[in-house]
Ligand binder design. Structure first.
Ligand SMILES: [Cu+2]
Length: 336
Protein backbone atom coordinates (compact mmCIF):
# COMPACT_ATOMS: atom_id res chain seq x y z
CA UNK A 1 0.00 0.00 0.00
CA UNK A 2 1.59 3.28 -1.06
CA UNK A 3 -0.23 5.17 1.69
CA UNK A 4 0.92 3.29 4.76
CA UNK A 5 2.13 6.57 6.05
CA UNK A 6 1.27 7.74 9.57
CA UNK A 7 -0.36 10.98 8.40
CA UNK A 8 -3.01 9.01 6.52
CA UNK A 9 -5.83 7.03 8.06
CA UNK A 10 -5.79 3.37 7.13
CA UNK A 11 -7.32 2.61 3.71
CA UNK A 12 -10.00 -0.04 4.21
CA UNK A 13 -12.65 0.32 1.53
CA UNK A 14 -13.05 -0.01 -2.22
CA UNK A 15 -13.41 3.78 -2.35
CA UNK A 16 -10.24 4.61 -0.43
CA UNK A 17 -7.77 4.08 -3.26
CA UNK A 18 -9.73 6.29 -5.65
CA UNK A 19 -10.06 9.12 -3.14
CA UNK A 20 -6.40 8.91 -2.16
CA UNK A 21 -5.30 8.95 -5.79
CA UNK A 22 -7.15 12.18 -6.48
CA UNK A 23 -5.92 13.67 -3.22
CA UNK A 24 -2.30 12.79 -3.97
CA UNK A 25 -2.63 14.14 -7.48
CA UNK A 26 -3.90 17.46 -6.08
CA UNK A 27 -1.08 17.65 -3.55
CA UNK A 28 1.53 16.78 -6.17
CA UNK A 29 0.08 19.33 -8.58
CA UNK A 30 0.05 22.07 -5.93
CA UNK A 31 3.56 21.19 -4.83
CA UNK A 32 4.84 21.21 -8.42
CA UNK A 33 3.43 24.65 -9.20
CA UNK A 34 4.36 26.12 -5.82
CA UNK A 35 7.96 25.07 -6.30
CA UNK A 36 7.96 26.17 -9.94
CA UNK A 37 6.58 29.63 -9.09
CA UNK A 38 8.67 30.16 -5.98
CA UNK A 39 11.74 28.99 -7.89
CA UNK A 40 10.99 31.31 -10.80
CA UNK A 41 10.53 34.26 -8.44
CA UNK A 42 13.87 33.64 -6.76
CA UNK A 43 15.67 32.90 -10.04
CA UNK A 44 14.35 36.04 -11.75
CA UNK A 45 15.04 38.21 -8.72
CA UNK A 46 18.68 37.14 -8.82
CA UNK A 47 19.16 36.86 -12.56
CA UNK A 48 17.50 40.16 -13.47
CA UNK A 49 18.47 42.19 -10.42
CA UNK A 50 19.41 45.81 -10.93
CA UNK A 51 23.15 45.95 -11.23
CA UNK A 52 23.72 49.70 -11.36
CA UNK A 53 21.73 52.83 -10.56
CA UNK A 54 21.28 53.88 -14.20
CA UNK A 55 20.02 50.50 -15.34
CA UNK A 56 16.44 50.78 -16.62
CA UNK A 57 14.27 47.81 -17.65
CA UNK A 58 13.01 47.50 -21.24
CA UNK A 59 9.28 47.68 -22.02
CA UNK A 60 7.29 44.48 -22.49
CA UNK A 61 4.76 44.31 -25.30
CA UNK A 62 3.03 41.07 -24.46
CA UNK A 63 2.89 37.80 -26.31
CA UNK A 64 -0.25 36.21 -27.68
CA UNK A 65 1.34 32.78 -27.75
CA UNK A 66 2.30 33.05 -24.09
CA UNK A 67 -1.23 34.18 -23.17
CA UNK A 68 -2.76 31.21 -24.96
CA UNK A 69 -0.34 28.72 -23.47
CA UNK A 70 -0.81 29.83 -19.92
CA UNK A 71 -4.59 29.79 -20.31
CA UNK A 72 -4.83 26.48 -22.13
CA UNK A 73 -2.59 24.45 -19.82
CA UNK A 74 -4.43 25.37 -16.59
CA UNK A 75 -7.75 24.82 -18.38
CA UNK A 76 -6.69 21.32 -19.39
CA UNK A 77 -5.53 20.53 -15.86
CA UNK A 78 -8.73 21.84 -14.30
CA UNK A 79 -10.85 19.85 -16.75
CA UNK A 80 -8.98 16.67 -15.90
CA UNK A 81 -9.61 17.36 -12.23
CA UNK A 82 -13.26 18.10 -12.88
CA UNK A 83 -14.01 14.90 -14.77
CA UNK A 84 -11.90 12.74 -12.51
CA UNK A 85 -13.50 14.31 -9.42
CA UNK A 86 -16.99 13.91 -10.87
CA UNK A 87 -16.32 10.24 -11.58
CA UNK A 88 -15.22 9.56 -8.01
CA UNK A 89 -18.08 11.68 -6.67
CA UNK A 90 -20.65 9.69 -8.64
CA UNK A 91 -19.13 6.41 -7.52
CA UNK A 92 -19.31 7.67 -3.95
CA UNK A 93 -22.88 8.86 -4.14
CA UNK A 94 -24.44 5.89 -5.95
CA UNK A 95 -24.63 2.73 -3.91
CA UNK A 96 -24.32 -0.47 -5.96
CA UNK A 97 -27.57 -2.34 -6.54
CA UNK A 98 -26.62 -5.17 -4.20
CA UNK A 99 -25.90 -2.88 -1.24
CA UNK A 100 -27.60 -3.87 2.00
CA UNK A 101 -29.47 -1.12 3.79
CA UNK A 102 -28.65 -0.10 7.35
CA UNK A 103 -30.08 2.92 9.08
CA UNK A 104 -28.47 5.58 11.23
CA UNK A 105 -29.96 8.29 13.38
CA UNK A 106 -27.77 11.13 14.51
CA UNK A 107 -28.71 13.01 17.67
CA UNK A 108 -26.89 15.15 20.17
CA UNK A 109 -24.56 13.37 20.81
CA UNK A 110 -24.67 9.83 19.58
CA UNK A 111 -25.14 7.62 16.55
CA UNK A 112 -27.85 4.98 16.63
CA UNK A 113 -27.47 2.26 14.03
CA UNK A 114 -29.83 -0.46 12.99
CA UNK A 115 -28.96 -3.56 11.01
CA UNK A 116 -31.27 -4.93 8.31
CA UNK A 117 -32.34 -7.72 10.66
CA UNK A 118 -33.32 -5.22 13.34
CA UNK A 119 -30.23 -5.47 15.54
CA UNK A 120 -29.39 -2.12 17.10
CA UNK A 121 -26.15 -0.50 18.21
CA UNK A 122 -25.05 2.84 19.58
CA UNK A 123 -21.77 4.48 18.47
CA UNK A 124 -20.49 1.10 17.26
CA UNK A 125 -21.34 -0.51 13.97
CA UNK A 126 -20.51 -4.07 12.99
CA UNK A 127 -20.42 -4.79 9.27
CA UNK A 128 -19.33 -7.71 7.09
CA UNK A 129 -16.26 -7.40 4.90
CA UNK A 130 -16.63 -7.44 1.12
CA UNK A 131 -20.30 -6.49 1.16
CA UNK A 132 -21.52 -3.11 -0.10
CA UNK A 133 -23.43 -1.39 2.66
CA UNK A 134 -25.63 1.64 2.33
CA UNK A 135 -26.58 3.59 5.42
CA UNK A 136 -29.78 5.58 5.23
CA UNK A 137 -29.40 8.36 7.76
CA UNK A 138 -31.39 11.16 9.30
CA UNK A 139 -30.87 13.54 12.19
CA UNK A 140 -33.23 13.91 15.07
CA UNK A 141 -32.07 17.43 15.93
CA UNK A 142 -29.30 19.48 14.26
CA UNK A 143 -27.04 18.79 11.29
CA UNK A 144 -24.48 16.06 11.90
CA UNK A 145 -22.17 14.32 9.48
CA UNK A 146 -21.33 10.64 9.39
CA UNK A 147 -17.66 10.16 8.62
CA UNK A 148 -15.65 6.95 8.16
CA UNK A 149 -12.06 8.11 7.55
CA UNK A 150 -10.71 4.62 6.77
CA UNK A 151 -13.41 4.20 4.12
CA UNK A 152 -12.95 7.79 2.81
CA UNK A 153 -16.68 8.48 2.89
CA UNK A 154 -18.64 11.17 4.66
CA UNK A 155 -22.19 12.39 4.39
CA UNK A 156 -24.14 15.13 6.13
CA UNK A 157 -26.96 13.82 8.29
CA UNK A 158 -29.75 16.33 8.21
CA UNK A 159 -33.02 16.77 10.12
CA UNK A 160 -36.09 16.10 7.96
CA UNK A 161 -34.26 14.55 5.03
CA UNK A 162 -32.81 11.13 4.32
CA UNK A 163 -29.27 10.98 3.04
CA UNK A 164 -27.28 7.87 2.26
CA UNK A 165 -23.65 6.93 2.51
CA UNK A 166 -22.25 3.66 1.19
CA UNK A 167 -19.02 1.70 1.42
CA UNK A 168 -17.59 -1.74 0.95
CA UNK A 169 -14.99 -2.61 3.57
CA UNK A 170 -11.93 -4.46 2.33
CA UNK A 171 -10.15 -5.12 5.63
CA UNK A 172 -11.29 -6.59 8.89
CA UNK A 173 -10.58 -4.62 12.04
CA UNK A 174 -11.83 -1.72 14.04
CA UNK A 175 -11.88 1.75 12.52
CA UNK A 176 -12.98 5.18 13.73
CA UNK A 177 -16.27 6.77 12.91
CA UNK A 178 -16.94 10.41 13.65
CA UNK A 179 -19.44 13.19 13.54
CA UNK A 180 -17.78 15.64 11.16
CA UNK A 181 -20.13 18.59 11.61
CA UNK A 182 -19.85 20.75 14.72
CA UNK A 183 -23.12 20.03 16.48
CA UNK A 184 -22.81 21.31 20.04
CA UNK A 185 -20.96 20.96 23.31
CA UNK A 186 -20.22 17.25 23.05
CA UNK A 187 -19.64 17.10 19.33
CA UNK A 188 -16.12 15.81 19.90
CA UNK A 189 -17.50 12.81 21.78
CA UNK A 190 -19.93 11.92 19.01
CA UNK A 191 -17.97 9.11 17.48
CA UNK A 192 -17.15 5.48 17.84
CA UNK A 193 -15.99 2.43 16.01
CA UNK A 194 -16.96 0.55 12.92
CA UNK A 195 -15.98 -3.08 13.31
CA UNK A 196 -15.44 -4.99 10.08
CA UNK A 197 -15.84 -8.76 10.43
CA UNK A 198 -15.46 -11.68 8.06
CA UNK A 199 -18.96 -12.54 6.77
CA UNK A 200 -19.12 -15.75 8.89
CA UNK A 201 -18.07 -13.86 12.00
CA UNK A 202 -20.64 -11.20 11.24
CA UNK A 203 -23.38 -13.85 10.99
CA UNK A 204 -22.22 -15.27 14.30
CA UNK A 205 -22.18 -11.82 15.85
CA UNK A 206 -25.72 -11.17 14.60
CA UNK A 207 -26.93 -14.52 15.91
CA UNK A 208 -25.56 -13.59 19.33
CA UNK A 209 -28.01 -10.70 19.62
CA UNK A 210 -30.88 -12.31 17.75
CA UNK A 211 -33.01 -12.68 20.86
CA UNK A 212 -33.53 -8.93 21.11
CA UNK A 213 -33.68 -8.12 17.42
CA UNK A 214 -37.00 -7.79 15.71
CA UNK A 215 -37.22 -7.44 11.94
CA UNK A 216 -37.96 -3.75 11.19
CA UNK A 217 -40.70 -4.86 8.83
CA UNK A 218 -42.44 -6.80 11.56
CA UNK A 219 -41.90 -3.97 14.06
CA UNK A 220 -43.41 -1.65 11.46
CA UNK A 221 -46.45 -3.84 11.03
CA UNK A 222 -47.06 -3.83 14.78
CA UNK A 223 -46.70 -0.08 14.93
CA UNK A 224 -49.08 0.29 11.99
CA UNK A 225 -51.67 -1.69 13.99
CA UNK A 226 -50.97 0.18 17.22
CA UNK A 227 -51.39 3.57 15.55
CA UNK A 228 -54.52 2.28 13.79
CA UNK A 229 -53.29 3.39 10.38
CA UNK A 230 -55.32 0.47 9.02
CA UNK A 231 -58.62 2.11 9.88
CA UNK A 232 -58.12 4.37 6.88
CA UNK A 233 -55.58 2.38 4.85
CA UNK A 234 -57.09 -0.96 3.92
CA UNK A 235 -56.10 -3.49 1.28
CA UNK A 236 -58.09 -1.80 -1.47
CA UNK A 237 -58.71 1.77 -2.49
CA UNK A 238 -62.25 1.86 -1.10
CA UNK A 239 -61.22 3.18 2.33
CA UNK A 240 -60.88 6.71 3.58
CA UNK A 241 -57.22 6.65 2.64
CA UNK A 242 -55.48 5.12 -0.38
CA UNK A 243 -54.24 1.56 -0.26
CA UNK A 244 -50.57 1.35 0.67
CA UNK A 245 -50.07 -1.88 -1.26
CA UNK A 246 -47.88 -1.88 -4.38
CA UNK A 247 -47.21 1.84 -4.24
CA UNK A 248 -43.47 1.98 -3.59
CA UNK A 249 -41.54 3.33 -6.56
CA UNK A 250 -44.77 4.23 -8.35
CA UNK A 251 -45.85 7.69 -9.38
CA UNK A 252 -48.72 9.31 -7.56
CA UNK A 253 -50.83 12.26 -8.63
CA UNK A 254 -51.51 14.96 -6.07
CA UNK A 255 -54.59 17.19 -5.88
CA UNK A 256 -52.53 20.18 -7.01
CA UNK A 257 -51.73 18.36 -10.26
CA UNK A 258 -48.12 17.48 -9.44
CA UNK A 259 -46.88 13.93 -9.87
CA UNK A 260 -44.36 12.58 -7.39
CA UNK A 261 -42.52 9.28 -7.09
CA UNK A 262 -43.18 7.34 -3.93
CA UNK A 263 -39.82 6.90 -2.25
CA UNK A 264 -38.61 6.88 1.36
CA UNK A 265 -38.62 10.65 1.59
CA UNK A 266 -42.17 10.89 0.26
CA UNK A 267 -43.42 8.21 2.66
CA UNK A 268 -41.78 10.02 5.57
CA UNK A 269 -43.49 13.29 4.63
CA UNK A 270 -46.81 11.53 4.04
CA UNK A 271 -46.72 10.20 7.59
CA UNK A 272 -45.39 13.24 9.41
CA UNK A 273 -46.91 16.10 7.41
CA UNK A 274 -49.69 14.55 5.31
CA UNK A 275 -51.29 17.91 4.52
CA UNK A 276 -48.28 18.98 2.44
CA UNK A 277 -48.97 16.49 -0.34
CA UNK A 278 -52.55 15.33 -0.70
CA UNK A 279 -53.15 12.35 -2.98
CA UNK A 280 -55.53 13.13 -5.85
CA UNK A 281 -59.05 11.93 -5.12
CA UNK A 282 -58.68 12.04 -1.33
CA UNK A 283 -59.40 14.63 1.31
CA UNK A 284 -56.89 15.89 3.85
CA UNK A 285 -58.26 13.62 6.58
CA UNK A 286 -55.03 12.11 7.76
CA UNK A 287 -53.88 13.45 11.11
CA UNK A 288 -50.31 14.71 11.38
CA UNK A 289 -47.93 12.49 13.29
CA UNK A 290 -45.23 15.15 13.53
CA UNK A 291 -43.60 14.97 16.94
CA UNK A 292 -45.48 11.79 17.82
CA UNK A 293 -43.52 9.18 15.92
CA UNK A 294 -39.76 8.97 16.48
CA UNK A 295 -37.41 8.76 13.50
CA UNK A 296 -36.77 5.11 14.43
CA UNK A 297 -40.46 4.37 14.18
CA UNK A 298 -40.77 6.24 10.91
CA UNK A 299 -38.02 3.98 9.55
CA UNK A 300 -40.02 0.95 10.69
CA UNK A 301 -43.28 2.16 9.14
CA UNK A 302 -41.49 2.87 5.88
CA UNK A 303 -39.90 -0.58 5.85
CA UNK A 304 -43.30 -2.10 6.46
CA UNK A 305 -44.99 -0.04 3.71
CA UNK A 306 -42.13 -0.98 1.35
CA UNK A 307 -42.71 -4.65 2.15
CA UNK A 308 -46.26 -4.23 0.83
CA UNK A 309 -44.79 -3.53 -2.62
CA UNK A 310 -43.06 -6.83 -3.29
CA UNK A 311 -41.93 -6.28 -6.87
CA UNK A 312 -38.67 -4.35 -6.81
CA UNK A 313 -38.17 -4.73 -10.58
CA UNK A 314 -41.26 -2.66 -11.26
CA UNK A 315 -40.22 -0.16 -8.66
CA UNK A 316 -36.77 0.06 -10.23
CA UNK A 317 -38.32 0.65 -13.64
CA UNK A 318 -40.48 3.45 -12.37
CA UNK A 319 -37.47 5.29 -11.02
CA UNK A 320 -33.88 4.21 -11.59
CA UNK A 321 -32.77 6.18 -8.52
CA UNK A 322 -34.80 3.80 -6.38
CA UNK A 323 -33.09 0.84 -7.92
CA UNK A 324 -30.51 0.59 -5.20
CA UNK A 325 -33.02 0.98 -2.40
CA UNK A 326 -35.32 -1.76 -3.66
CA UNK A 327 -32.45 -4.09 -4.41
CA UNK A 328 -31.13 -3.42 -0.93
CA UNK A 329 -34.51 -4.45 0.40
CA UNK A 330 -34.42 -7.64 -1.53
CA UNK A 331 -30.98 -8.40 -0.24
CA UNK A 332 -32.23 -7.63 3.25
CA UNK A 333 -34.91 -10.23 2.92
CA UNK A 334 -32.34 -12.80 1.94
CA UNK A 335 -30.31 -12.24 5.07
CA UNK A 336 -33.30 -12.50 7.37
CU1 LIG B 1 -22.90 15.58 15.52
Amino acid sequence: MPLDFPLFPEAASTMAGQVDAIYLFLVALSAFFSILIAGAVVYCAVRYRRRSDDEIGSNLHGSLLLEIVWSAIPLAIVLVLFFWGAKVFFAQSRPPADAIEYTAIGKQWMWKFQHPDGQREINTLHVPKGQPIVIKAISQDVIHSLYFPAFRVKKDVIPGRYTTVWFEATKTGSFHLFCAEFCGAEHSLMGGQVVVLEPEDYERWLAGGAATAQAPEEAGRQLFDQLACGTCHGEGDGGRGPSLHDIYGEEVRLVDGRTVTIDDQYLRESILTPAEKIVDGYSPLMPTYQGQISEENVFKLITYIKSLSPSPEDAAEANPAENAASAADEATEETL
